[in-house]
Design a protein around this ligand. Structure first.
Ligand code: ADP
Ligand code: MG
Length: 402
């Protein structure tokens, strides 16, 4: 990994600005899921235990560049305090006198959360003055927000130009897992790309086709690929305007020696509702008024049979309409096999994507994969082969000693 980590710096007595991702789901004013804060806690605890003055910043939601009390980070500071079992102070602004005074009051090991960085318009425009003001609060910068690293904002990219910068433990774990999956992976590599739409994952498919040995296409995306090859998909969800694109991807796969694996049986129904009457059919026999809602059991069986010779697996997208029973069956069966192979040590498995995380959690496999990324957009952009500005800024190091 090109970025320096907390192993490369003695933080005792230093003011450390940590970019966290405190953009947690909130419902009716309550934090609905603490996962992001729990995953951040090890970095904060380590810095505090080592005697740093820990200054945490983050964006939350979309306040449109001005203060909005409803979008304050105060509740997240309280949640962090509860998880750490330590007091956490709060500053009403992320720069200026409020922030400076709160930082000045910190003693070694103490923790402070700054108010929402997006209360300033300069955050999203990566304004150099805002970045410099944030940087002036600290001696070093630690970025622990991989999930925000696909954005070149003042608190993710700009500030790293002004301070010696390091990856936090969560960022480090994410980069290590993603490099193991796509950087220099153990081969053969299998990628599973599924979900609802080809159109949202074109760049992903194009990048993976060039890098992996087997590309499994499932979910409603498979409908479009099968339809493009002349299979009658009945009423299945597909994107017919993307038939030419799907055929191009198949042609590219051939030139790159990437095996494409498409379902050969599917579970169909005439209605898309919980527990409707279903039929399992080969793809050539999909009834005119039915839709494919899950990959069939024979296809899943064959996929599971392939797993023992696969060394690395990348998974984005549920194989079927998993939210509606019984169309999680294929996803669950494959998740089980992937979990077992991972636990047995024969497979490195890395998954990510909003619905993928939900589906693998429901399948009970989330804890058993090598790494399940909760980074959403940043995970997908990495898998698309894009350079993430927040990661790039860590590796490049800072250019301006100010
Ligand atoms: P992620 O968020 O992990 O990137 P996507 O958003 O691309 O995943 O895809 C997930 C969605 O795809 C789910 O809502 C699921 O119901 C839907 N889906 C998967 N297979 C089918 C299918 N055969 N027909 C309709 N929807 C499907
Ligand atoms: Mg999704």
């Amino acid at each position: 990994m090109a970025a320096k980590t907390l192993d490369d710096v003695a933080v005792s007595g230093l003011r450390v600005l940590v970019r966290a991702d405190l953009n947690v789901p909130v419902q009716n004013g309550q934090i609905a899921d603490l996962t992001r804060i729990e995953r951040l806690a090890p970095t904060i605890r380590e810095l505090s235990d080592k005697g740093a003055k820990v200054i945490v910043c983050s964006h939350f939601d979309r306040p449109n560049g001005k203060p909005d009390p409803a979008l304050s980070l105060r509740p997240m500071a309280a949640a962090l305090s509860a998880i750490l079992g330590k007091p956490v102070a709060f500053a009403e602004d992320c720069i200026g006198p409020a922030a400076e005074q709160a930082v000045a009051q910190l003693t070694d090991g103490e923790i402070l959360v700054l108010e929402n960085t997006r209360f300033h318009a300069g955050e999203e425009t990566n304004d150099a003055t805002l970045a410099a003001s944030l940087a002036s609060l600290a001696d070093i910068f630690v970025n622990d927000a991989f999930s925000a690293a696909h954005r070149a904002h003042a608190s993710t990219e700009g500030v790293a130009q002004n301070l010696p910068s390091y990856a936090g433990r969560l960022m480090q774990a994410e980069l290590t897992a993603l490099e193991a999956a796509l950087g220099n992976p153990a081969r053969p590599v299998m990628a599973i790309v599924a979900g609802s739409k080809v159109s949202t994952k074109l760049e992903l498919l194009n990048n993976l086709v060039a890098k992996v040995d087997i590309l499994v296409i499932g979910g409603a995306m498979a409908n479009t690929f099968l339809g493009a090859q002349g299979v009658n998909m009945g009423k299945s969800l597909q994107e017919k305007d993307l038939y030419p694109t799907a055929l191009e991807i198949l042609a590219t796969a051939k030139t790159k020696n990437c095996e494409i694996f498409l379902p050969f049986d599917v579970v169909v129904s005439e209605t898309f509702a919980p527990n409707p009457p279903t039929q399992t059919v080969v793809v050539d026999a999909i009834p005119e008024n039915a839709m494919a809602l899950d990959v069939g059991p024979r296809t899943v069986h064959e996929l599971i049979q392939k797993l023992p010779r696969i060394k690395t697996l990348i998974w984005n997208g549920p194989l079927g309409a998993f939210e509606t029973p019984p169309f999680a069956a294929a996803t669950n069966a494959l998740a089980d096999a992937v979990a077992n192979a991972t636990v047995a040590g024969t497979l490195i498995s890395v998954g990510g994507g909003g619905d993928t995380v939900s589906a693998l959690r429901l399948a009970g496999a989330a804890q058993k994969l090598t790494y399940l990324s909760s980074a959403g957009g940043a995970f997908l952009e990495w898998m698309e082969g894009k350079i993430l500005p927040g990661v790039e800024a860590l590796s490049a190091g800072f250019s301006n000693l100010g």
